[in-house]
Design a protein around this ligand. Structure first.
Ligand code: PMP
Length: 424
């Protein structure tokens, strides 16, 4: 199947990290997914720890979501015209993210971040953007500078095809280093439009913000007249209903969302301060648009998923916390027993096992990991029926469909897999 795919698609894939280049071997081809499991065409079952890279927080084929998609599809797949579902989903998003006074739906996290940056530049009349090494905000040209995710996995410093003139306004600074941000503002007085940051990094593996770091970014942005954009494409509705901004009590100017907001369908959103959002066409001078934006199927899936999260938040988030802690810490303890040094970074239901004994607080430290050991571990886990994200530089995700049985299965697979890593 891989060969057939490769004859039509570069690398056999539509998104690079799916290709398993970093861990070796061919990826399984998924035929269907249910709850916490993926099934391939040969009938193999895999316990899923990447959840479509984040959206599937309630598990795969969650009945209220699939039913909402089916009934929306029966009413028409796309209108290219306004419908009530857009405001219905927006209302739910705003209930979770009070800082998002107005928003616009798009079709991916890339579009959300790209549009938020254009808006920040249009609103401030400034050109420079601060981002952080190892953070990934989608594949828009200006953001492919020292990016995480596949860019980090394949050791690509930026991307071919991005003109230097486009990248020259992007300042990529080390994460968790406020002094570097202050220096950049000093060196580019009145030129920096915004800071964009993953409040908890997922795209260099999971990296937590140091105490006071996000507050520091907020203060610096305000002091120097720049906007603070929290990229909550991964963390939104995952770390808490209100994402990282609720957890760490930060009020950004703009927020970008994706993944969970669309219930697994192509959907993203960006939003925030009303005065900033009103700069968008048709009210203001910043242009942004989309044929499939606010797509009725995506809105229906998002409404079903967010309604469930909101109605059961008091059960869901503690459950995710407990399950993920058992898995993340359980495997780390097993590794310690056999003398393998792993650093576990985790917030709620996103985590990474870094194959390094050192703490990981920025991309440079993540890059010290033994990626060959990670690759052996990944392969051995897959052989034992557990599918981890296929790169050291990606976060793993746990869903509500992961329960005690899945915890036990993961730990027993890890026991075997760690032996395989150790034996080399
Ligand atoms: N921002 C973050 C934090 C992400 O994790 C991602 C995707 N992993 C994106 C933006 C881009 O989203 P998409 O792949 O939907 O374009």
């Amino acid at each position: 199947m891989q060969q057939r795919a490769e004859s039509f698609l570069p690398g056999g894939v539509d998104s690079p990290v799916r290709a398993f280049r970093a861990v070796g071997g061919d990826p399984p081809f998924v035929e269907r997914a249910d709850g916490a499991y993926l099934y391939d065409a040969d009938g193999n079952r895999y316990l899923d720890f990447f959840g479509s890279w984040g959206p599937m927080i309630l598990g795969h084929a969650f009945p209220p979501v699939t039913e909402a998609i089916q009934s929306a599809a029966a009413r028409g797949a796309s209108f290219g015209a306004s419908h009530a579902g857009e405001a219905d989903l927006a209302e739910l998003v705003q209930r979770c993210f009070p800082s998002v006074k107005k928003m616009r739906f798009v079709s991916s996290g890339t579009e959300a971040c790209m549009s938020a940056i254009r808006l920040a530049r249009g609103f401030t009349g400034r050109s420079f953007v601060i981002k952080f090494e190892g953070c990934y905000h989608g594949h828009a040209d200006a953001l492919l500078v020292k990016a995480g995710s596949g860019v980090a996995t394949f050791g690509i410093p930026g991307s071919a095809g991005v003109p230097a003139e486009t990248a020259m306004h992007t300042l990529a600074l080390p994460y968790n280093d406020l002094a570097a941000v202050e220096l950049a503002f000093e060196n580019h007085q009145d030129q920096i439009a915004c800071i964009i940051v993953e409040p908890v990094v997922g795209n260099a593996g999971t990296i937590l913000p140091a105490a006071g770091y996000l507050q520091g970014l907020r203060e610096l942005a305000t002091r120097y007249g720049a906007l603070l954009i929290l990229d909550e494409v991964m963390t939104g509705f995952r770390l808490s209903l209100g994402g990282a901004q609720e957890l760490y009590r930060i009020e950004p100017d703009l927020t970008t969302l994706g993944k969970i907001v669309g219930g697994g369908l192509p959907c993203g959103a960006f939003g925030g301060r009303e005065d900033v959002m009103n700069f968008l066409a048709p009210l203001g001078p910043v242009y942004q648009a989309g044929t499939l934006s606010g797509n009725p199927l995506a809105m229906a899936a998002g409404i079903a998923q967010l309604s469930h999260l909101i109605a059961h938040a008091d059960v869901i988030y503690p459950h995710l916390e407990m399950t993920t802690r058992s898995i993340a810490e359980g495997v780390a303890a097993l590794a310690a027993e056999v003398g393998i040094s792993i650093t576990t970074n985790r917030v709620g239901s996103m985590f990474t096992w870094f194959f390094t004994p050192m703490p990981v607080e920025d991309f440079a430290q993540a890059a010290m990991s033994d990626t060959a050991a990670f690759a052996r571990f990944h392969r051995a886990m897959l052989d034992a029926g557990v599918w981890l994200p296929p790169s050291q530089y990606e976060a793993a995700f746990v869903s509500m469909a992961h329960g005690p049985e899945e915890v036990a299965f993961a730990l027993s697979a890890a026991r075997q897999a760690l032996a395989a890593v150790w034996c080399r």
